[in-house]
Design a binder for this molecule. Sequence first.
Ligand code: 4NP
Length: 163
Amino acid sequence: MTQTPYQLLFVCLGNICRSPSAENIMNHLIQQRQLQEQIICDSAGTGGYHIGSPPDRRMAVAAAKRGIVLRGSARQFSWNDFAAFDLILAMDKSNYQNILSLDRQGHYGNKVKLMCEFCQTHSDREVPDPYYGGEAGFDYVINLLMDACEGLLAYTLQEIKSR
Ligand code: 4NP
């Protein structure tokens, strides 16, 4: 019997820098390992300012240096996402709190985690917002997310096994 895919949602503020990077890095790892049938990724922003926009060009340049193309257009996180996804990854603590504040009845808190929980080589607790900074900040976000995505992939495969 084929199982339904495990669904991951990456969330930041604008859904144009950090979360589309996480989504596309994760898809890159998933494709390398031919896990497309088992894991599906999406991303969203807690804010609505950039709805419909493609990923930020500066972020796309940083990702391209690592061979990753950023695809997608921004959408806002919605309450329906709690039921639709198996795991929701917040990029920073503010995103985390904003997501949880939409779960008034506290049903979904166990589905929401900070992305940096999955880092294996970085000690950061949050993925820093690169929007108002320079090129180095965008490069740092990509490196940090490559690390977190590797750890997240290992965790997700364990979760799939234990379903
Ligand atoms: P993101 O970055 O949350 O990683 O997509 C930001 C994008 C836009 C803004 C802030 C952060 N903004 O203030 O418009």
